[in-house]
Design a protein around this ligand. Structure first.
Ligand SMILES: N[C@@H](CCC(=O)N[C@@H](CS)C(=O)NCC(=O)O)C(=O)O
Length: 207
């Protein structure tokens, strides 16, 4: 059975749980990281020298980097699904949105999330929240415009491109509703994601 190491409050762990649920993969999950610790221990560092979560073990094969993990799972178990298209261009299109989220959207979203959810009122830095909000507004507007007349980020089919963006769009809509509420295409797309049972199984309340 697939072994997932990582707390389910982590956005990067949520991506993996969501994809496992979409694909009906049986797994066990162990709480590692955050308040649970263990990711600084030699046995964990032996598997993932970054000391970050998630790490997965698939029949003895150890893998880290959440985007790589979900591509691996979709390639191995998702042939009958639309998650990772066989067509090279369709696959690259989905992949682009995964990379855009990690390299471009994640940094400003992290400023918002860390300060509003993880910090206390005393330690919260609202200047960072304002900076993150300004940058993220510009980026989510790009996605909102892209989603005109599209059901999912790559067109009519749900792919891996929707998963990391979906995890972070939830944070955007819940934490910055004033900015998100005018992004109608983004909200309609997000409503479609919320109809998927896997979304509800894996995206626990923000904490
Ligand atoms: N690029 C890595 C980033 C992993 C990462 O930053 N994980 C965070 C949680 S989202 C982490 O391990 N933080 C330390 C902790 O949870 O103790 C991936 O996508 O897997």
């Amino acid at each position: 059975m697939l072994r997932i190491l990582g707390r389910n409050t982590s956005s990067n762990v949520m991506k993996v749980l969501w994809v496992c649920d979409e694909l009906g993969i049986e797994y066990s999950r162990e709480d590692v990281g955050g308040k649970f610790g263990k990711n600084d221990q030699p046995d964990y560092l032996g598997m993932n020298p970054n000391g970050l979560v998630p790490t997965v073990v698939d029949d003895g094969f150890v893998l880290w980097e959440s985007n790589v993990i979900i591509r691996y799972l979709a390639c191995k178990y998702g042939h009958e699904t639309t998650l990772w298209p066989d067509d090279l261009r369709a696959r690259a299109d989905a992949d682009r949105w995964m990379e855009w989220l990690s390299t471009t959207v994640n940094p400003p979203m992290f400023l918002i999330f860390r300060n509003l959810v993880r910090e206390s009122e005393e330690t919260r830095n609202m200047q960072e929240v304002a900076l993150g909000t300004e940058k993220a507004t510009h980026l989510w507007k790009i996605l909102d415009k892209h989603l005109v007349n599209k059901e999912f980020v790559s067109g009519s089919q749900f792919t891996l491109g929707d998963v990391p963006l979906g995890v972070h769009a939830r944070r955007w809509i819940e934490l910055r509703p004033e900015q998100a509420n005018s992004m109608h295409n983004l909200l309609s797309w997000f409503d479609r994601l919320k109809k998927r049972p896997a979304y509800h199984h894996c995206l626990i309340p923000l904490q």
